[in-house]
Design a protein around this ligand. Structure first.
Ligand code: ATP
Length: 231
């Protein structure tokens, strides 16, 4: 459903991503791993349209979206949970959630029940300010907000970073449920090899802005992959 062909992008003059070619199939979970600073978040920002694709092509469901801006990418079905979550701290949980409906056309009047059921902790907190939630609760809020528009492709940038184990487990369960529903593909940036192994259908390893290894979790040499995660 997603095809990237020889992508280059970056900030200012200097390219960060070089010759990135990737594929994500329908309803699959693809994990992107690599040590800090290799370009994983830059790839997420390039997929959302926040950064321009300087060379190469990107297609979503066979449609060439290479030159589309972030608004059109979101409307075309790309959802994003950024690293750091980007919850609006002064808005309530409910207001934060409703912002997730922005890409929908027409706009639904209420937040989708089936999405909120995936995160039972949130309805109890509807009237609290986003900034008052714990890191784990904010992560669940950001996740639910991104699912509100029913994305075809969901980008998760290190959703388990700094999160307590019980909430990591909930996040894992939600990813598995999304996968089982069969409507949404996921690109997951993740540092924990154990987490990756438990959810991934396919793994890409990034180093210095390029894809340096790839494979499905059953057949890869995990030690070789771990080598790319050690500093
Ligand atoms: N806003 C920016 N302006 C200029 N350079 C940036 C910017 N954001 C990131 N970079 C640089 O781009 C390179 C890739 O950074 P990126 O955040 O994509 O890596 P990452 O693999 O996601 O790392 P991490 O796991 O630490 O988030 C780094 O050299 C970083 O310093």
């Amino acid at each position: 459903m997603l095809q990237l062909q020889a992508i280059e992008s970056g900030y200012g003059e200097s390219p960060v991503l070089r010759n990135v070619t990737m594929r994500v199939d329908q309803a699959k979970v693809v994990c992107l791993i690599g040590r800090n600073g290799v370009g994983k978040t830059t790839l997420m920002r390039t997929l959302t349209g926040q950064l321009k694709i300087r060379h190469g092509t990107m297609s979503l469901d066979e449609v060439d979206v290479t030159t589309w801006d972030s608004v059109h990418r979101a409307r075309s079905g790309i959802g994003y949970v950024p690293q750091g979550r980007e919850i609006f701290p002064m808005l309530t949980v409910k207001e934060n959630l409703l912002l997730g409906l922005e890409p929908c056309n027409p706009q639904p009047k209420a937040f989708p029940e089936d999405v909120i059921e995936l995160f039972p902790v949130l309805p109890q907190m509807y009237h609290r300010q986003g900034g008052d939630l714990s890191g784990g609760q904010q992560q669940q809020l950001a996740f639910a907000r991104a699912l509100a528009s029913r994305p075809k492709l969901l980008l998760l940038d290190e959703p388990t970073e700094g999160i307590q184990p019980s909430i990591v487990e909930e996040i894992r369960n939600v990813i598995c449920k999304i996968k089982a529903q069969g409507n949404t593909s996921v690109i997951l940036v993740e540092q924990s090899i154990d987490f990756v192994r438990s959810v991934a259908d396919y793994i890409y390893v990034m180093d210095k802005g390029s894809i340096v290894a790839q494979g499905d979790p059953e057949h890869i040499d995990i030690e070789q992959f771990e080598h790319y995660l050690t500093v």
